[in-house]
Design a binder for this molecule. Structure first.
Ligand code: TRP
Length: 456
């Protein structure tokens, strides 16, 4: 057996772990997906359910997933097997790790296509192509990109290559430093966009849309989407954060780290929402426009504002970076597993996994033009065909069910002494978290699921 080579062994400190995990959490999910699904699902009530899912389900399960990784010390498959054996139950729990690996590959396949849009828009911004865009011309611009499979494939290939490159090489201090600079910069740029949004005079309308709760607008589909997105945005339920946890220093507090990551992640999403919806209303656009929302609204703003070419380029550069640090965590579990168990070189494993994701991604590329079809899901009409199918399959089903399994394993299967030993919380706090992981998180998750799918 070759020695286990794990990229994040090189990320030495507690801060490095927080950065890596925040880099994984903050990505397209916050800036691209959150605004568009919020728009599609009517705003306020959806946001409230999403925040509730983050607090009551996401955070407790994230603590559990990190804990499993840190105790298991291997890829999700190996970690689950080791932990199951340690607690004297069937090693079949390893299947959970395997399902996670598949989910990561499926997500990566479309994630890198969307990240490709951002790469392309970075260039467009730099070339000053956003000048004078209106709602209509901005829509047409995106439409032009989506309707051109060759162009989409080109950018998708570039992003895939970037990801493979980093994972193959291992995350050295270069990326660690980059994340340290780029993450705060992303924050600053979001603040600038927020300032611009305020200047449009439609800021209150944006806030109203995001935070005024009207339960009448809450469809079954919205509840499921909010639940799924809580997992997606925290990188939860498929072993990504488990693998990262396995590289976490023993002394670091799992609870504190989890809170920091969840708060930063939620803040970025809410800021993106507050920056984007005023633009939607100021330009008379459709809040429920779907996956193109951010790629239509922001270019209009960059085209109008002072220094827009510079800010636009910077913004999409940072978006690409945020997507990049997320994407590496999507293929890390598969890569770690291949290099642990198949004796494959780490770089070979990374390229092989990326190739599979890239090839699958072509399905998403085509789904925006010739292969699009519509179907119904939980009472809503979906129109981008395979892109939507993949998105719903992973975010709405695989991640929450993976999370449910993690909660059940942690709360009911693993011996409590081991959980307590690893999670290291004071008596009282531990007791609360433990009951939440045993009862609240799984039951609420199941309830939302069953209720929304119309069985109860
Ligand atoms: N959280 C990332 C985002 O919001 C996406 C992501 C990275 C992810 N790793 C993951 C989603 C693992 C689910 C599981 O963009």
């Amino acid at each position: 057996m070759p020695k286990k080579q794990i990229i994040h062994e090189q990320w030495s400190s507690r801060l490095a772990f927080v950065l890596a995990a925040t880099g994984s959490a903050v990505g397209l999910g916050n800036i691209w997906k959150f605004p568009y699904i919020t728009g599609e699902n009517g705003g306020g009530a959806f946001v409230l359910v999403y925040l509730m899912c983050i607090c009551l389900i996401g955070i407790p399960i994230m603590m559990a997933e990190i804990m499993l990784g840190r105790r298991g010390q291997q890829s999700p498959v190996g970690a689950m097997r080791t932990l199951a054996l340690e607690s004297g139950v069937s090693s079949h729990w390893a299947v959970l790790g395997a399902v996670g690996i598949v989910a990561g590959i499926l997500i990566m396949s479309f994630y890198s296509v969307i990240a490709g849009w951002a790469v392309s828009y970075m260039l467009e911004a730099a070339l000053g192509h956003f000048n004078g865009l209106t709602g209509e011309t901005a829509g047409a611009k995106l439409g032009g990109l989506l309707g051109d499979p060759l162009q989409l494939t080109f950018w998708h290939t570039i992003f895939s290559a970037m990801t493979a490159f980093v994972v193959a090489r291992g995350v050295r201090s270069g990326l660690e430093k980059a994340v340290q600079i780029l993450m705060p910069l992303l924050f600053v740029l979001l603040l600038i966009m927020l300032g611009y949004a305020i200047s449009t005079g439609y800021f209150m309308q944006g806030l109203q849309f995001l935070f005024a709760v009207d339960f009448a607008k809450l469809t079954p589909e919205a509840i499921l989407t909010a639940l799924g997105h809580a997992f997606f945005t925290l990188s939860l339920g498929m072993g990504a954060i488990m693998v990262y946890g396995s590289y976490m220093p023993k002394g670091a507090s799992i609870a504190k780290t989890t809170f920091i990551i969840a708060i930063l992640d939620t803040l970025v999403a809410l800021m993106a929402g507050m920056a984007i919806f005023p633009l939607v209303f100021a330009n008379g656009l459709e809040a429920g426009a779907g996956p193109g929302l951010v790629f239509v609204t922001l270019p209009i703003a960059f085209g109008e504002m002072f220094g827009g070419a510079l800010f636009g380029t910077l913004f999409f550069l940072l978006l690409v970076f945020a997507a990049w640090t997320s994407a590496i965590s999507l293929i890390e579990p598969a890569t770690a597993w291949l290099s642990e168990n198949r004796g494959m070189k780490r770089s070979t494993a990374a390229y092989a996994v990326t190739f599979v994701c890239w090839a699958l991604g072509l399905v998403t590329v085509m789904s925006f033009s010739s292969w699009s079809f519509s179907f119904h899901f939980a009472g809503a009409e979906k129109t981008d065909g395979m892109f939507d199918v993949l998105d719903i399959l992973t975010s709405t089903f695989m991640l929450p069910l993976g999370g449910l399994a993690i909660a059940i394993f942690t709360g009911w299967v693993m011996k409590q002494v081991y959980v307590r030993d690893e999670i290291r919380l004071g008596q009282g706090v531990f007791a609360v978290w433990y009951q939440v992981i045993r009862w609240v998180a799984p039951l609420l998750l199941l309830y939302l699921f069953i209720h929304s799918l119309g069985f109860a």
